[in-house]
Ligand binder design. Structure first.
Ligand code: ADP
Length: 464
């Protein structure tokens, strides 16, 4: 795997000026141009969209991957090699289509490669279910896309991959590399399209299971569609949203906490499922702590992701940008803005903002952007804060900053969250050793990148 300096060179070689257009011709529907979220004049390429009818026909034609487990493992590893060989090109697409910074692109490619290699080690054992629909989001258009399909393929299933409509081109290049590595076209087909293509797949009786990452509302719609149309017992493996909180008490090391918070809330322009949304600071340190936090925000660099110094790039598209700007504008009217930066233009940039809230209960929904909410709590209120966090019904990530050992144990046992981070940034997962996944409204489990994830892609003894 490339080191960061080699990565930077490769990134530069694939600069957007003069880079070739990428044409995704996977489907027969209407063609549309795709543009860079940071540079609206940069046309990245074009895509032909699949139709709902094409999705249904693809499900009827899909064939489970007829290869031995050892052969499947070899081919998934060969695909991982190809991803690594094409890293400059994949970074460029992650930047140009999804607005990823260099560091985010490097981490994402690493994660995608890790998924391929990790699931390859689990190819042995079990019987495939048949055909899986893998429906992925735009925020990790390479890693989540690859993670879902490599798990389904490792278990021997056929895959119909439906990437998010915002990021079909990176999915297209990844699919080409998987085919080049030896995954047959009958076992892996890309269906670029919007929600209607996803809905066609999840209502089609030829589909035997669904892997989904996206919003909680869409997961609920898929659950209903599957119950009506798919065979009983067809699994839905869902990773959804969160209202992720962090508690900082008065014993926390403030420098460490501030650095971790800025990263957790604003890196990737807040477009991570794991991102910190609601920060609770103990009231006796709140004033000084917030001064430090707003000072740290002042030096955040928001710019084109080509700039290696960029901390936060654009959000995915203008619709997302407008929604977040309107949310912050409302808070501004209500006098709840503690700090707001300036966003560059043009491009779909949204200024990072810090907003005051009475508590997590006041947050109606996940705002998928660089917006951090802050509340304070008194020394007797810790258990009430934990109860409020649990009462959201979500349970994806949670962070704690404290130097009281007993408190670490008490709080981490009491909070319901799939991934808990103590005295560190609230970001990330490590395929194989630190799997990622939520509870409650945040997901169904098992965790992606963990030892049990593949089990639901296999027929269970009761189904055979
Ligand atoms: P996000 O808010 O991250 O865009 P969505 O849940 O809207 O989350 O989208 C995640 C993925 O689900 C995308 O690939 C999207 O096209 C797909 N999708 C949207 N609506 C449906 C649906 N009704 N059925 C199946 N897939 C859908």
């Amino acid at each position: 795997m490339a080191r960061i300096d080699a990565a930077r060179d490769a990134f530069a070689r694939h600069r957007w000026k003069g880079a070739p257009l990428v044409a995704c011709d996977a489907a027969a529907g209407p063609r549309e141009e795709r543009v860079n979220p940071a540079i609206p004049s940069d046309i990245v390429g074009s895509v032909t969209w699949a139709t709902a009818e094409q999705a249904t026909a693809a499900a009827a034609a899909a064939q489970p991957w007829d290869a031995s487990a050892a052969e499947r493992a070899r081919i998934l590893n060969a695909a991982a090699d190809l991803y690594e060989d094409h890293f400059g090109e994949l970074f460029a697409l992650l930047h140009r289509e999804a607005g990823k910074t260099l560091l985010d692109a490097v981490a994402e490619l690493r994660e995608a490669v890790d998924f391929l290699r990790y699931y390859a080690t689990q190819a042995e054992g079990g019987v495939p279910r048949g055909t899986f629909a893998c429906i992925s989001p735009w925020n990790f258009p390479l890693a989540i896309f690859t993670g879902q399909l490599s798990a389904a393929l490792a278990a021997g299933n056929a895959v119909l991959a439906k990437p998010a409509e915002q990021t079909p081109l990176i999915a297209w290049r990844a699919t080409q590399l998987l085919h080049e590595a030896g995954v047959p076209a009958t076992a892996l087909q890309l269906l670029p399209g919007a929600g209607d293509v996803g809905a066609a797949l999840t209502s089609c009786p030829d589909v035997d299971g669904v892997a989904f990452t996206g919003s909680t509302e869409t997961a609920q719609a898929i659950h209903r569609a599957m119950a009506e149309n798919l065979a009983p017992g067809a699994p839905l493996i869902a990773e959804t949203g969160g209202l992720n909180a962090m508690i900082v008490d008065s014993t926390a090391l403030p420098e460490q906490a501030v650095a971790a918070i800025v990263e957790s809330a604003f890196q990737s322009a807040g477009q991570r499922c794991s991102a910190l949304r609601c920060l609770y600071v103990q009231e006796d340190i709140a004033e000084d702590f917030l001064k430090m936090l707003t000072g740290a925000m002042d030096v955040l660099v928001m710019d084109n992701p080509w700039n290696p110094a960029t901390d936060a790039g654009p959000v995915i598209d203008e619709e997302a940008a407008e929604g977040i700007r309107a949310y912050v504008a409302k808070a501004r009217k209500e006098g709840r803005v503690i700090k707001e930066l300036h966003a560059p233009a043009p491009g779909h940039f949204v200024a990072p903002a810090l907003l005051r809230v009475p508590g997590i209960k006041a947050m109606e929904r996940e705002i998928f952007g660089p917006v951090l909410h802050v509340a304070t709590f008194g020394s007797e209120e810790l258990d009430r804060v934990i109860a409020d966090i649990n009462a959201t019904g979500y349970g994806l990530t949670f962070g704690l900053m404290t130097r009281i050992d007993d408190r670490v144990q008490h709080v981490t046992e009491a909070v319901h969250a799939g991934n808990i981070y103590v005295n560190r940034n609230q970001i990330g997962a490590i395929v194989g050793s630190q799997p990622f996944g939520g509870e409650g409204l945040s997901g169904t489990g098992p965790k992606a990148g963990g030892p049990h994830y593949l089990s639901r892609f296999r027929a269970q003894p009761a189904d055979e």
